[in-house]
Design a protein around this ligand. Structure first.
Ligand code: VG1
Ligand code: CO
Length: 551
């Protein structure tokens, strides 16, 4: 292969955020922006490991996906990689990449996605590096990549023809090859080892169990078609928006009550027993019952509480985890069942070490992320199948249907309920958002012992995490107030946006009394929300009377 060294100059804004580098498409298309970042990934890995290695690459199908892939092949070849596996048409969901890296013992992978951010020529693109365990690179590696982007002076690019991604075949060049693989096969094979597909089939065939899955024109469409229709026998009418589109049909591919409102309306029409949605890259999920919304913090707790019903977890459970701002429901499952429990910063990369060490099996985030140690990414379709497996086990043929709401209510009656909500203020002026966070840093110093409304602060800090496995320290992970009754208010700035700042306010309050768990979360939390707005002076700092999204 003819490899060229191309001279380049650094870009100063290539610091990966919560989950990789995300920018507007126009930024990625500028000059050597993408080439530099890809080269910096390779520069931050030991050269002798990269030489001759096998990589997995693919993306969620958003605008610029296929052009970016062609460039990545050239730079990979230029850096001595010997083989790249790529999904057909460039399509691989984030969980599928993780499964393929692990299953085929690849050295790592590059995922092209900005996840739940809108796509299309005027919207976002993104890229991230995953390691041999199938998980997002830890901070030590993303920091090294960033440091390299600040001083990069050349990248290596092999001369290659355009690779046809439409057919399943291996394209061999001199010392390098690109193999186009089926996007779904490896992932489906893995799922079959986790769930009892016969019982799922039975559930799906019940006349009183109608379900609908909204892929939001993201990457999960082809996966849902294979899994739910071709394998489990559901009618194709169970699938909504299941064709991946480069701009997600103009929608915001984030499965929540605001952006998946069509699905929500279907479920609230009473005609369906089960509804689900996933995001652009397929790692997030939302689960709904008949006129019933399952909050993500509850969802992971319910799965953990019922783990024994899922074949993969039988006799295997030892520990669970959640990110710090996630509602503290799963904590009580851990306590009752005697599982180890860990609280980590926001972002899936923080679960990886705990999983690799065998300390946790199930974990989740409030941001519609649920997963387990079957891979090292959160996994939307897997979470939906967990719910279906629990439903399948709780239901007997010929008996009246045990519903999603029944399962959640039974869970609340046993463990109590953590009411949880999140307020997002999107595209706030960065200066204003930073000033508010500085103000909060002041408030925490004198907050302990102080009373705000009916709530007295027990502890206030900026969350800092020491990884129990490699002892690395992550600071400034969110300002939190913990009150004497266990309620919590958390403030942090998003690390996944591509313009302005997004403020997230997380509100979590525990109710143990079974007679009080069935009210609306918004009602249960309104006093605590008022306290949060008052302490932070959010309206004054940002000029925003109302959040952009409430989840
Ligand atoms: C958000 C969520 C976080 C999640 C991350 C990536 O990060 O809060 O829980 O892990 O997105 O999810 P931030 O920094 O914007 O709050 V995904 O589906 O965008 O990869
Ligand atoms: Co995602």
């Amino acid at each position: 292969l003819n490899v060229q060294s191309v001279t380049t100059t650094p870009y100063k804004d290539q610091k990966p955020g919560t989950s990789g580098l995300r920018k507007k498409v126009a930024v990625f298309r500028e000059g050597n922006y993408l080439a530099n970042f890809v080269q910096s990934i390779f520069n931050s890995l030991p050269a002798e490991e990269l030489k001759g290695s096998l990589l997995v690459v693919g993306g969620d199908g958003r605008f610029y996906n296929t052009q970016a892939l062609q460039l990545i092949f050239k730079i990979a070849a230029g850096n001595g990689v010997s083989k790249v596996l790529v999904g057909q048409d460039g399509i691989l969901s984030t969980p599928a990449v993780s499964a393929i890296i692990r299953g085929r013992k690849a050295y790592g992978g590059i995922i092209l996605t900005a996840s739940h951010n809108p796509g299309g020529e005027d919207n976002d693109f993104g890229i991230k590096w995953n390691c041999a365990n199938g998980g997002p690179a830890p901070e030590s590696i993303t920091d090294a990549i960033y440091q390299d982007t600040l001083k990069i002076s050349e990248f290596k690019k092999a001369e290659l023809p355009e690779v046809d991604l439409s057919k399943l075949e291996e394209h061999k060049f001199d010392g390098f090859s690109v193999e186009v693989i089926d996007s779904v096969d490896d992932y489906l094979t893995l799922l079959k080892t986790i769930f009892d597909f016969d019982s799922l089939k039975q559930l799906v065939s019940r006349p009183d169990f109608k379900f609908v899955y909204d892929s939001m024109n993201g990457v999960t469409g082809p996966y849902c078609k294979r899994i739910f229709v071709d394998t489990l026998g559901a009618p194709e009418s169970s699938l909504m928006r299941f064709h991946p589109l480069p701009d997600f049909g103009g929608a915001h591919p984030d499965p929540n009550l605001t952006y998946a409102h069509e699905l929500v309306e279907l479920l609230y029409s009473g005609k369906y027993e089960f509804g689900a949605a996933s995001d652009g890259d397929g790692d997030r999920n939302m689960v709904l019952g008949n006129k019933f919304f399952v909050s993500p913090s509850d969802s992971v707790a319910v799965i953990a509480a019922n783990a024994e019903l899922i074949p993969y977890f039988k006799g295997k459970m030892t520990g669970v985890s959640r990110s710090m701002p996630t509602g503290a429901a799963i904590d009580r499952v851990a306590e009752k069942k005697g599982y180890e429990f860990f609280e980590v910063p926001t972002g899936w990369k923080f679960f990886g070490n705990l999983m690799d060490a065998g300390r946790i099996q199930i974990c989740g985030e409030e941001s519609f992320g649920t997963g387990s140690d079957h891979i090292r990414e959160k996994d939307g379709i897997w979470a939906v199948l967990c719910w279906m497996q629990i439903l399948a086990r709780k239901n007997q043929p010929g008996q009246p249907l045990v519903s999603v709401a029944d399962i959640v209510r039974e869970y609340w009656a046993t463990y109590g309920r953590n009411f949880f909500t999140r307020y997002d203020y999107e595209e706030v002026d960065s200066g204003a958002a930073n000033n508010m966070m500085k103000h909060l840093e002041q408030v925490i110093t004198s907050a302990p012992g102080q009373k705000f409304g009916a709530y007295t602060v027990e502890k206030a800090d900026n969350f800092e995490y020491t990884d129990p496995i490699d002892h690395s320290v992550s600071k400034n992970q969110g300002v939190r107030f913990i009150f004497t009754d266990g309620s919590r208010l958390i403030f942090r700035l998003s690390g996944t946006g591509s313009s302005g700042a997004t403020i997230r306010l997380y509100i979590d309050q525990y109710q143990a009394d079974p007679s009080k768990v069935n009210i609306e979360a918004a009602d249960a939390l309104k006093d605590l929300v008022a306290v949060g707005l008052d302490m932070s002076q959010l309206v004054k700092f940002t000029g925003r009377e109302k959040p952009t999204v409430i989840t």
